[in-house]
Write a protein that binds this ligand. Structure first.
Ligand code: URA
Length: 231
């Protein structure tokens, strides 16, 4: 049971102050009856605004096809962000919708967004070994032995104390490869290839765990059940 003003504000409908006016105007019902005041407590499933059920009251989990050129940041100074692709109401939710890990501005592909902080921790923790697949094109031909090196768990990146966890490299052509990581360090794919003299020219993530982008158009998202990772 939640206070109506808190519920509407947290789901991004309006401010708590505005909730009072919405209720006075009869826009909010609980089990079909007009709500009487902002402090009334209700089960979110029983609440309607303008006759419509609440928008994902239990939480949001979205699979987004991130375009190139957008950052995964809430700080407007960093430039246009993936959050700008979402409906305004979702951008006002509290807890806020955040990305599960980040993709660089110059990386496209599968990005999860959620307001479930526990899920963010679980899916980004290296302990849980969620496989993330990256397709890269490279500035130079891949050196001999790179697959074994990446798989060895001994590759030490500049200014890091711990070696990268074993990563599977699938070479598709001399300048094209797919890399599967179970951790998510800063610019990890670019830095792993750079350590071997190859600059990443394009980077795209088609898979995250058991999820794939499929034919989801760039810039679009689909909502997943909150139980998607409860397996
Ligand atoms: N590694 C990178 O270098 N960039 C990304 O966006 C993701 C993984």
């Amino acid at each position: 049971m939640r206070r109506l003003d808190q519920l509407l504000a947290n789901l991004g409908y309006c401010s708590r102050r505005e909730a009072r006016a919405w209720i006075d105007d009869g826009r909010v019902t609980v089990r079909g009856e007009s709500a009487d005041n902002v402090s009334q407590k209700a089960d979110p499933a029983d609440v309607r605004v303008d006759g419509e059920p609440l928008d994902h009251p239990a939480g949001l989990l979205l699979l987004l096809h991130k375009p190139l050129g957008l950052v995964c940041s809430h700080d407007g100074r960093e430039g246009p962000s993936v959050y700008g692709l979402l409906p305004a109401r979702w951008q006002r939710r509290n807890p806020p919708v955040t990305s599960v890990g980040r993709l660089d501005k110059d990386t496209s592909g599968l990005l999860l967004l959620t307001d479930q902080s526990e899920l963010v921790h679980r899916l980004t923790s290296p302990k849980h070994k969620v496989a993330k697949v990256y397709g890269a094109t490279l500035s130079h031909g891949l050196p001999a032995g790179i697959t074994e090196l990446f798989a060895s768990g001994t590759l030490l990146l500049k200014e890091e104390d711990a070696p990268c966890a074993p990563a599977a490299l699938n070479i598709i052509s001399p300048r094209e490869a797919e890399l599967t990581l179970t951790e998510g360090r800063y610019h990890q794919v670019r830095r792993m290839f750079a350590s071997q003299g190859c600059e990443v020219v394009t980077l795209h993530r088609p898979r995250f765990g058991h999820l794939e982008l499929g034919d989801l158009p760039v810039g679009q998202w689909r909502a997943l059940p909150l139980t998607e990772f409860a397996r």
